[in-house]
Design a protein around this ligand. Structure first.
Ligand code: SF4
Length: 70
């Protein structure tokens, strides 16, 4: 039924803590299908849109430690 999940199929989706995000854009560069900058914050526009690292790299690379997988 829920077959439109990302490649991993585990259902872990990136969540941004807007209190921490400073809009640096690193996550947008790493996972452009997932994140988009809006008003200097990273928005998750397609949680399953990574297709490369399931946003694991974005989690590690975020300088504000603002991204988690839930
Ligand atoms: S990498 Fe982190 S601090 Fe930078 S825009 Fe993305 S969520 Fe915000």
């Amino acid at each position: 039924m829920d077959r439109e999940r990302g490649s991993g199929g585990r259902g872990a989706e990136p969540v941004v803590d807007y209190g921490r995000c400073n809009g640096c854009g690193a996550c947008v560069e790493l996972c452009p299908g997932v994140f988009e900058l809006r008003d200097d914050k990273a928005w998750v526009v397609d949680p399953a849109g990574c297709g490369a690292c399931d946003c694991g790299r974005a989690v590690v690379m975020c300088p504000q430690d603002a991204i988690s997988l839930a």
